[in-house]
Design a protein. Structure first.
Lengths: 320, 320
């Protein structure tokens, strides 16, 4: 009987899920509104129903060998969602403990960036690598770190929060309560803030001058850059400079073989990658230059990374 | 027959070695001048003779189960010393390959900070911990990082160079060729530079005003602080502030259970530890405050850490 893993990605807006085979092929992928203003138990009830409906769509017999779940502040060690900023369920939600009542299979929970890193290792560009980092550039900046073939979770499961390394102690306010964190500069929301800073600093004409802050998106900034809007191009240079310099620091911690970038901001391609590479090279400690880490985009950009990544935790365990 | 491991620590000035049993007791410890202006082969010849002389001093029969070697830029993956700044042997020296001609036992080479971390885990304050960091505050700042019970070496063996994270892009010149690295501020040589900066900035009387830069030592600064010298006390505050702020960044990478400080600068006790703790707490991301990492001094301060640490790599392997 064919074996399948179930991957679930819980986001602030949508919850996506799908079955994934050993080769990374997806089956019966679906999604529904997370609707986290209802109770967590109600959410779990719907999740169970949606999955059981989808199971029938897989048109052959299969064995469900496990479930992987990616969620904001998902804790691998405890199977919990803890104090998420992007979900309305407060405090600590014992996800795995409660979901075991519905499915009696091995379950693995982590955050979306760790799931993306595992997906990259099992199905993507990091196949065969033992030391690499995945940086997700979405609303925030997430990171999943693999060292010696294992995700680094740390003693309480919250390692790998590179979005909260310090860029500037007097810098931008961060959702975490501090100032100057990397993700306030390098992320979809960070580059919006940078565009507004540049619109204040410079007098260049820009199509971005007509867009209110709350309507501005990373996609609009990318499209403006493609149309040679100097403010947009400068915003990517500013973002890439800060990212490149911080990655030089990341390297002295982990000495990775590669750093993979993923998330919406990566669609800007060389507008972002070129300055990032330049400032990474310029700031890299000489000892690493003999065998420098590669800066790459994710090998899963065209796929349902979140579901694939969540399911890959199951396949990683199955591989022993 | 009792089993012993041999630990060797190669420093720019002295090479220390000794036999260590499973409980961390040392036997026949000795040292000789590294004298690295001669050829590496000549050095190895003397090392062999000194060890064989010491073997006779262990007054019972024993089995040598392995040799651990700590050296500047010692590479665990390749058993080499690579481009060390504190040794005169240039380029890549294949230590383990050559030393195998003298002793046919398992050999493990790494740098002194990784050896210190392993020693802390096997014999010191990190017994039973799986996620911790050791920071060595000597001439430079070294770091050994243990995650999930394993030293983090990275893809080319050079992970854990926290002394070369960036404090200030326009900051102090560093031996690595860049500017503003952490160890230019936080180390025995870093605090000397800080004292001279403070002597320039302030008009306070200070016993340190009578000491030329090249004669000033971290011990003198510590003794001056104990005598309430305000420049010395401020120098430790300045050092602790920078260290504490950087450790807040270290934590988001690894989420360690504890951070151990060791090396000569730690003799200053609370003059250094108090500001370090204060700025670590103030800058710590809130998610870690529920179960914060402990800031401790090494559990091996009274021991021959370098030899013990080097030997502990053998005992770690022996434990499987």
């Amino acid at each position: 009987m064919k074996k399948l893993a179930l991957g679930i990605d819980i986001g602030g807006t949508n919850t996506k899920f799908g079955f994934v085979d050993e080769e990374g092929n997806g089956y019966a992928e679906n999604s529904f509104l997370t609707h986290d203003d209802r109770s967590f138990d109600d959410f779990l009830g719907q999740l169970d129903k949606e999955i059981k409906k989808a199971e029938k769509e897989v048109n052959y017999l299969f064995e469900l060998i496990g479930i992987g779940i990616g969620a904001p502040n998902g804790n691998y060690l405890r199977g919990t969602i803890e104090y998420p900023t992007n979900l309305k369920w407060k405090g600590v939600t014992p996800f795995v403990e409660k979901f075991k009542r519905y499915f009696d299979v091995p379950m693995f929970m982590t955050n979306d960036a760790n799931a993306a890193a595992m997906g990259e290792m099992i199905f993507g560009g990091a196949k065969g690598m033992k030391d690499f980092i995945v940086i997700t550039l979405g609303t925030g900046l997430g990171s999943g770190i693999v060292s010696n073939g294992q995700i680094i979770y740390g003693h309480d499961g919250f390692a790998g929060e590179l979005g909260h390394t310090l860029v500037n102690v007097f810098g931008r306010e961060c959702g975490c309560g501090r100032r100057g964190c990397l993700e306030t500069y390098v992320s979809a929301s960070g580059i919006k803030r940078t565009v507004y800073k540049l619109l204040a600093d410079y007098v260049d004409d820009s199509e971005l001058r007509n867009i209110p802050f709350d309507e501005l998106s990373a996609e609009m900034i990318t499209n403006a850059a493609i149309r040679k809007d100097t403010i947009a191009i400068r915003a990517f240079e500013y973002t890439g400079r800060i990212l490149g310099m911080k990655l030089a620091d990341t390297i002295v911690h982990f000495s990775p073989e590669a750093i993979f970038l993923t998330g919406g901001l990566v669609n800007a391609g060389d507008y972002l990658l070129k300055p990032t590479r330049q400032y990474l090279d310029e700031n890299m400690m000489p000892i690493y230059k003999k065998n420098p880490p590669k800066l790459l985009t994710s090998g899963l950009l065209q796929k349902n990374v979140a579901v694939l990544g969540a399911s890959s935790m199951v396949w990683n365990e199955a591989a022993g």
